[in-house]
Design a protein around this ligand. Structure first.
Ligand SMILES: [Zn+2]
Length: 342
């Protein structure tokens, strides 16, 4: 391949049900502005899943009219837990329950299948990198940011000088399991919330769907004995409905989201004193809600992020944009960066 020929980077976002693919050119422009999804088949084990990713790769090249020889590098992101090099944790997880995933080198296997270099990141870190680039563009390397993404759990990432902070074992940016002060956050008689990781009182124990189901909703339903959600047959079904109620201004749902926002503010206060980032991004289902609700939620986060005057003057608070594409796009940006670093 001559160096004059235009080259591209493919980003592949591997999820529980779907793969989403994108393409970015050498100047950082995305060639695709929507979701391009294919089945991920991860539950069928790694051999099937690697083949499914290869199909997703071929499909995005066909769609964008790019030849295989013009692809310089591929970015891959998956849910964790995995090492910084994309080896799936031997402990297993929801997506990677099939025994074949145990300690599987997902990145290496895709690299061998595609015969192209593959750069790996977990999905939280990929989305955090995309949020950072979407905000700062060509100035990305002069800024740092923290992203908290509220989903089933609380994921995210830390970006320093435009790069993902990965840590020694690839476990940096696990914001969900940072302990936050509960004093003044919990209501009277509210039990200390517990997280699936075994900690009590960490950020995810409140700011996640799991936190609503396990900790917040059981307590607040007890405080609102006449609430309609008492009639929903299971707590997990009821937990998924809380956001809808919150958007409509339901007082109990607002109490739940107020505590989530306070938790995120306290988490960001820790970040402010730890890495003093230029921006604080919030992602997850909240991004798709009505503007009034979104602004109210972000406002409480801001109010509870205790910054020094000098920090408050420069800090930005924003939502993670294009959330459903952020993984694939972040994976592509990370791979693109790896080319300029070489
Ligand atoms: Zn935890």
């Amino acid at each position: 391949m001559s160096s004059q020929q235009p080259w591209f980077v493919v980003g592949l976002d591997n999820g529980g049900n779907k793969n989403n693919a994108t393409v970015v050119d050498a100047a950082g422009r995305f060639l695709v502005d929507c979701m391009v999804e294919t089945p991920s088949r991860v539950l069928e084990g790694p051999l099937v899943a690697v083949e499914a990713l290869a199909q997703s790769f071929d499909a995005i090249l066909q769609r964008t009219g790019i030849g295989r020889g013009q692809v310089r590098v591929v970015g891959l992101d998956t849910p964790g837990p995995a090492s910084a090099e994309g080896v799936i944790s031997s402990k297993g997880s929801t997506n990677f329950a099939h025994a074949g995933w145990n300690g599987y080198d997902f990145r290496g296997a895709l690299e061998a299948r595609l015969r192209l270099p593959v750069v790996y990141n977990n999905d939280g870190n990929a989305a955090a990198l995309y949020a950072h680039y979407a905000c700062y563009g060509s100035g990305a390397a002069r800024h740092s940011s923290v992203s908290a993404i509220v989903g089933t759990g609380l994921g995210g990432g830390v970006i320093e000088a435009g790069r993902i902070v990965k840590g020694a074992a690839g476990m940096a940016g696990e914001l969900g399991h940072v302990h936050i002060p509960m004093h003044g956050l919990l209501a009277e008689g509210q039990p200390l919330p517990e997280c699936n990781c075994g900690f009590s009182g960490d950020a995810e124990s409140l700011a996640s769907l799991t936190g609503i189901e396990k900790n917040l909703l059981p307590y607040w339903l007890h405080r609102f004995p006449d609430h309609e959600l008492h009639r929903v047959e299971s707590i997990s079904k009821a937990a998924k409905l809380v956001r809808n109620y919150g958007e409509k201004g339901d007082p109990m749902a607002r109490k739940i989201f107020e505590q989530q926002a306070m938790a995120l503010g306290r988490l960001f206060t820790i970040a402010a004193n730890f890495t003093d980032p230029s921006a604080y991004f919030v992602g997850g289902g909240i991004v798709e809600t009505a503007p009034e609700f979104r602004d109210w939620f972000l406002g409480i986060i801001r109010e509870h992020t205790k910054l020094r005057e000098e920090q408050a003057r420069v800090a930005r608070f924003a939502l993670v944009p294009d959330l459903d594409m952020a993984g694939a796009r972040g994976a592509a940006v990370a791979a693109l960066e790896s080319v300029s670093a070489r």
